[in-house]
Design a protein around this ligand. Structure first.
Ligand SMILES: NC(=O)c1ccc[n+]([C@@H]2O[C@H](COP(=O)([O-])OP(=O)(O)OC[C@H]3O[C@@H](n4cnc5c(N)ncnc54)[C@H](O)[C@@H]3O)[C@@H](O)[C@H]2O)c1
Length: 725
């Protein structure tokens, strides 16, 4: 044994009996995956030193004893490390470069056997060796830019030298996970073999290198010397790519462009210089708010997944489900369930509705076939997972039912009591209602413990969030099964308690309240849209209202006003009501705040409409001037405050879940991390001050809670990991 650590062992010899090959194996104790935490990197340093001290070695194989190779650096350490500042981070990365360079410079050929995921720092480890062999099912990539940073352990330097600047730009700026065949095609790996032949293939490469058949020193020289690009190649690889990537990433995500600049700057340099450029740029990005928030997002996502995982463990199997109602939502739910492999009955009372629901599903499956994601046979097979019906015939065998009939409490009551009589004692009933209290819907049920909310978002196949709503009498088994089903459908479930609007709509409607007030005081609604889109929302509030539908919005708003009259009830009409009364329902009838025309692809395209402006004049009471900053504050403060209230009222358990629900449910700008991270970033005290100022003029919708004031006074934050920024 050459080295034995907690995560790394280096053994001498191979299974075939020789003893001149060092076998370095990653196998982090007590974890299911390998990751490069600071401790593991320190071990790697020791391991490489130990290898260097051994005489008579003729090669090194780096491998993993887990299913993955290495998933990357340990992201849970990022916030703590990054707050140590730029200088620290530059030093940290230069130290890692030293270790990685030592592997690259070993006096014998080296190879990595990539058996599974090799991402981020894991991918960068593989780049240190002269050769790479890859298992057929493994994946490799550098997803750092998705976290607002760039590959900082040599990825920006070695990858372009290995696969060409153009390919490297694509991999790094896109952050993709690449399959073995794609990796082989660009030359990122030298061979792809079945996993059980990885070690043999790696040893074979070493033998051939030692026999002089493969010139490992030439490969090494290529990887460590400046990249030779002519002017046209430079232009194509960098300038053209920058334009394209900037357009795609948008102004709020600087990392992909920075990565391209680093590759470009380092391209003509020797290894050490290029690595220094990379280290500096990494440190700069690591200190940005965007990076802080994107890392936070990753961590929050882990929290949400862990919680769902706990429920899943307790859940009974959900093998057969049913949906009541084949409308927009019912059809979408049936498609999603079938597409992910859970057979589903789709019941409606109208033959035409079923036809429509099926047609929609067929269309969605056909798109998958068009994109090459499904074969026609697979599509046919998946379609058989949706069984349309007008009767309760097979409901006796159903594990879980999603009710998605019209949003009318009487109809829902009738349908739910009816279906309860048709299913087994243990069948879980859920409702996709957006506005009716789950506790109330449970009132007429015989087994209210088996009932909860399962709130999908439209369009179901695209929106990642499912709110699982616990009513007063909902039991754990119902929540667990519903969470498990949502996960089986590929969704992110977040469990919340019952209240008007549940979590997401309860937070969204105060935002619309802010919008109505702005319009009333003379703000141009198209300008509000532009400002909020610039802030990072996928669409501004007026556009979003058109997508939601004015009828739905007016109805939901009434429910919210009844539930929270002090801050959500309004005297007088809002612009939303005026649109509704004038039958401008939004996209569903081609006119709302905007008018909609079909574009070339048959998709609705919004255009400005003077009629909408004429109507809005009815509610305009003042002609105030607003700065962009005013608009953002007036829109965001009510949304943030309602999120705070949901947390204080125990509607949602943790800041992580609240923020993720907003990102996944309503497209809250991910790089801002969520409403509570937004408050943290501003500073709780500053936020309270801003809200107080607005509340004076605009009333209780803007008034901070007592608890938030206390937090401001005591310097408390929603997320405690971060020191003052
Ligand atoms: N559309 C959205 O954006 C959205 C988003 C989240 C939740 N929801 C909720 O989902 C539910 C359905 O909304 P939708 O937009 O799909 O409505 P929809 O009008 O498109 O569909 C409702 C379907 O239910 C059927 N139906 C009526 N009574 C029935 C019964 N007794 N048994 C079986 N089917 C019956 C109707 O024939 C119709 O096909 C509502 O509760 C709504 O609030 C809607």
């Amino acid at each position: 044994m050459i080295y034995q650590g907690n995560a790394i062992t280096v053994a001498r010899g191979t299974r075939n009996g020789g003893d001149d090959i060092a076998m370095l194996t990653f196998d982090l104790k007590g974890e299911s995956i390998n990751k490069l935490s600071s401790a593991v990197v320190a071990e790697l340093d020791d391991a490489v030193q130990a290898i260097r001290a051994v005489n008579g070695l003729k090669g090194l194989v780096i491998g993993s004893a887990k299913d993955v190779f290495i998933v990357g650096a340990d992201i849970t350490e990022f916030h703590g490390l990054f707050e140590k500042g730029e200088e620290y981070l530059v030093e940290m990365n230069l130290k890692v470069h030293e270790i990685f360079n030592a592997i690259e410079d070993l006096p014998f050929p080296t190879v990595t056997a990539i058996n599974g995921l090799a991402l981020g720092g894991g991918c960068e480890v593989t780049l240190t060796t002269d050769f790479r062999v890859m298992g057929e099912k493994a994946k490799i990539g550098l997803p750092e830019t998705k976290l607002g940073i760039l590959p900082g352990w040599g990825g920006c330097v070695r990858l372009p030298r290995l696969i060409g600047a153009d390919n490297a730009v694509e991999w790094i700026a896109g952050g993709s996970e690449n399959r073995a065949d794609a990796a082989l095609k660009v030359g990122a790996v030298d061979a792809v073999v079945p996993n059980d032949q990885l070690e043999a293939a790696a040893l074979d490469i070493l033998a051939r290198a030692n026999a002089g058949e493969l010139d490992y020193l030439a490969r090494r020289a290529e990887k460590t010397s400046p990249l030779k690009l002519n002017a046209i190649e430079q232009m194509m690889a960098f300038e053209t790519a920058k334009g394209y990537v900037a357009g795609k990433a948008g102004p709020h995500y600087p990392a992909p462009i920075e990565a391209i600049k680093v590759i470009q700057k380092g391209a003509g340099e020797e290894r050490a210089r290029a690595q220094a450029i990379e280290a500096k740029a990494f440190a700069k990005l690591a200190l940005t708010d965007v990076c802080y928030n994107l890392v936070g997002l990753f961590l929050n996502d882990q929290v949400v997944k862990k919680k769902a995982g706990k429920y899943e463990k307790q859940a009974k199997a959900v093998k057969q489900t049913a949906v009541l109602g084949a409308g927009i939502m019912g059809g979408g739910i049936a498609y999603q369930s079938a597409s992910k492999g859970t057979p589903i009955l789709m019941k409606d009372i109208k033959e035409e509705a079923i036809e429509l629901g099926l047609k929609e599903s067929r269309k969605l499956f056909a798109k998958q076939v068009e994109r090459g994601k499904l074969t026609t046979e697979q599509m046919a097979e998946k379609l058989t997972h949706i069984r349309p019906t007008l009767s309760y015939g097979d409901f006796g065998h159903v594990d879980l039912v999603v009710e998605a009939v019209v949003e009318n409490p009487k109809v829902k009551d009738a349908v739910l009591t009816e279906v309860e009589g048709q299913v087994g004692q243990d069948t879980i009933l859920t409702s996709n209602t957006s506005t009716i209290s789950i506790t109330r819907l449970a009132q007429n049920l015989k087994r209210p413990e088996n009932f909860c909310g399962m709130h999908f978002f439209n369009p179901v196949h695209r929106m990642p969030l499912v709110e699982v709503i616990r009513g007063e009498k909902t039991g754990d088994a119902a929540v667990a099964a519903t969470v498990a089903y949502a996960r089986a459908m590929g969704k992110t479930p977040i469990v919340v308690n019952d209240c008007p609007g549940f979590l997401v709509n309860r937070v969204l409607f105060p935002y619309f309240g802010g919008f109505s007030l702005l319009v009333e005081q003379g703000a141009d609604f198209q300008r509000v849209d532009k400002v909020m889109e610039k802030f990072g929302w996928p669409m501004g509030p007026a556009y979003l209202l058109d997508v939601v539908g004015m009828d739905t919005a007016v109805h939901a708003n009434e429910v919210m006003a009844e539930g929270f009259p002090d801050r959500m009830a309004r005297d007088g009409k809002t612009a939303i009501q005026v649109m509704y009364e004038n039958e401008r329902l939004g996209q569903k009838n081609d006119k709302g705040f905007y008018a909609y025309e079909e574009d070339k692809k048959g998709k609705p395209k919004k255009v400005s409409d003077t009629n909408a402006y004429e109507l809005v004049k009815q509610v305009v009471k003042q002609e105030k001037e607003f700065s962009d900053e005013d608009i953002v504050a007036r829109m965001m403060v009510p949304l943030c405050l309602e999120t705070v209230r949901c947390l204080e009222d125990g509607i949602v358990d943790t800041p992580a879940e609240a923020d993720m629900a907003l990102i996944y449910g309503i497209g809250f700008p991910p790089f801002r991390g969520g409403a509570l991270r937004y408050i943290d970033a501003m500073g709780v005290a500053e936020f309270v001050e801003l809200a107080d100022g607005l509340a004076e003029e605009l009333g209780p919708l803007y008034a901070p809670t007592d608890k938030l004031r206390q937090m401001a006074q005591s310097g408390e934050r929603f997320y405690s990991t971060q020191a003052q920024r």
